[in-house]
Design a protein around this ligand. Structure first.
Ligand SMILES: [Zn+2]
Length: 77
């Protein structure tokens, strides 16, 4: 099983235990449920605290290689 790192807490977990997130064309974080979005992806724990901590992560711009402001997609829950 591939191992990925949660970008909020830094915990290494099996890929299937994490949620893949990506940026849409509006610089909004979306959950890539299918895992098939072509954009750069990152991984986060399913826990509320890790998901709520995403926007507090000051490395987001570096992770997604963008300089624009990153927000959560409206459907991101
Ligand atoms: Zn986490």
């Amino acid at each position: 099983m591939p191992i990925r790192t949660c970008i909020t807490c830094g915990m290494k977990r099996e890929k299937r235990d994490l949620i893949r997130i990506a940026l849409n064309m509006h610089n909004q974080l979306v959950k890539d449920i299918s895992g098939k979005m072509k954009s750069r992806g990152a991984y986060v724990c399913p826990s509320k605290s890790c998901q709520e901590g995403l926007l507090k992560n000051n490395r987001l711009n570096r992770i997604f290689r963008t300089s624009g402001e990153i927000t959560l997609d409206l459907l991101f829950k």
